[in-house]
Design a protein around this ligand. Structure first.
Ligand SMILES: [Zn+2]
Length: 456
């Protein structure tokens, strides 16, 4: 048996009552939380690792509900361009030149960046090499729900990506059988629907049916841009959400990402069917999708969580930064300083994220019997002191540099800012080499923004 005791910390539990244990302790036994608050000294074994976290904050691990692992090496290939250029001329050519090895490096780098920003669970939107993604998750020790990028129709797609609906379902079913609940249960396999532009009604209906049968989730970009609703109205007779409703595809296992262009009725439909929402503020602004009606959704009781989206559309996979943006953009949009306050943002990044991950009973808060997924924040930096209002400080002031240690499933993935699961310097070298290689293969040439003079 392995025990870890973290003591003298400011423990933010995010339990039902949102209790905070000042000068509290948390005892971890193997992969589970054994005790929290006041820990009986008699229950601690001699070999226990003891961490004195005086002056530090312990939080549940953050949950990033929208990630594109395979886009990590494409960071910086599509800045300051419109969405269609972003997609068709930059990201698709880039991603379609991926192979297993590049996908593994991309995924590993993305996982490590997330661990360094305090993420212990993420939901992957869908890549081409789920096997490589699973290997990265297994190696880095993080928790994830992975899905394949699924497309059976649409214009402008790389030809090697288009499959039939039945082929897509079959491949995902095989991935589910092979990987779901592997890596000590850290890996879940979900079904993917890329967007309604690229998914037929047949595929949507079949996806919903099999996801329900296997009791797993569906990850889909929904109502991302205004033109999406126009396209669906013209081609299928209704807006995306109304159309999904007609197909019977709305349900508690559907994660709707972005959801920028929803009507009041569509928000009500989401509530009625308990559809989960991933809000991605940075991507929504950078790729100019628009401002999702998050305060309205929260007010109606929807499970709204936070995602970073992929590296070319953010460009950081940094949940600390994303929490800050989440609060700010809605204050700015509504001209109301009280909307989406810090405590609500923290709920979105933790317990709401767990609901969206369909793992509320296992993660999202620090409670006895839940998985030991947690982070230690060190507020003792010049940019984050003084600590007058700790919860607000986490959201508005701290950055990923304040994440001192990250634990997932009872195991330290990062301790005192050092990644323990792999050699980070080696990984950095691999990222540099592989990203250049793919850029060349995909024939992506970026214009210089200022005159560059090569000095020989
Ligand atoms: Zn996305």
């Amino acid at each position: 048996m392995k025990q870890i005791l973290i003591k003298n910390a400011y423990v933010v539990s995010m339990n039902e009552k949102r209790e905070i244990y000042n000068n509290g302790s948390i005892l971890i036994e193997n992969d589970l939380i054994k005790a929290i608050g006041k820990v009986d000294e008699k229950s601690i074994i001699d070999t226990a690792e003891i961490i004195d976290a005086k002056g530090k904050i312990v939080l549940p691990g953050l949950i990033n509900t929208h990630v594109h692992l395979s886009q990590q090496l494409g960071r910086g290939i599509a800045d300051d361009v419109d969405l269609l250029t972003w997609l068709r001329e930059r990201v698709w050519p880039y991603e379609s030149n991926f192979d297993y090895e590049s996908s593994l490096i991309s995924s590993t780098a993305c996982c490590v960046e997330m661990i360094k920003s305090g993420v212990t669970t993420f939901l992957e939107a869908g890549g081409q090499y789920v096997e490589a993604m699973a290997e990265a998750v297994k190696n880095t020790g993080i928790r994830a729900a992975l899905s394949k990028s699924v497309m059976d129709e649409g214009i402008g797609l790389p030809t090697n990506w288009i499959k039939t609906a039945d082929e897509e379902i079959q491949v995902q079913k095989e991935l589910f059988d092979k990987y779901n609940n592997t890596a000590d249960g850290r890996i879940k396999i979900w079904f993917g629907l890329r967007t309604i532009f690229n998914n037929s009604d047949d595929l949507i209906i079949k996806t919903k049916k099999i996801a329900d049968e296997l009791n797993t989730g569906i990850h889909m970009h929904i109502a991302e841009i205004a033109a999406e609703n126009d396209y669906v109205k013209t081609n299928r007779g209704n807006s995306t959400v109304e159309h999904l409703h007609k197909l019977g595809a709305l349900g508690p296992n559907l994660l709707a990402v972005h959801t920028v262009w929803l009507t009041d009725r569509e928000i009500d439909l989401f509530r009625l069917y308990d559809v989960k929402v991933s809000h991605n503020p940075a991507a929504a602004m950078k790729v100019v999708l628009g401002f999702a009606r998050i305060p309205e959704m929260l007010e109606k009781g929807l499970s709204v969580s936070i995602g970073t989206d992929g590296a070319p559309s953010n460009n950081r996979m940094d949940m600390m930064r994303e929490m800050y943006l989440t609060s700010l953009i809605h204050k700015g949009r509504t001209l109301n300083p009280k909307v989406v306050p810090a405590e609500q943002v923290l709920e979105m990044a933790t317990i709401n994220g767990a609901k969206c991950a369909l793992l509320e009973r296992e993660i999202g808060s620090l409670e006895v019997g839940k998985k030991a997924d947690l982070i230690i924040l060190n507020p003792n930096t010049i940019h984050s002191l003084p600590l007058h209002d700790p919860i607000a400080n986490i959201v508005y002031t701290m950055s990923s540099e304040n994440v001192e240690s990250t634990m997932c499933n009872g195991k330290w993935l990062m301790k005192n800012r050092e990644i323990l699961v792999l050699n980070e310097s080696n990984l950095i070298e691999q990222v540099k080499i592989k990203s250049e290689e793919i850029k060349t293969k995909a024939k992506i040439v970026l214009p210089n923004r200022f005159p560059v003079i090569d000095i020989i």
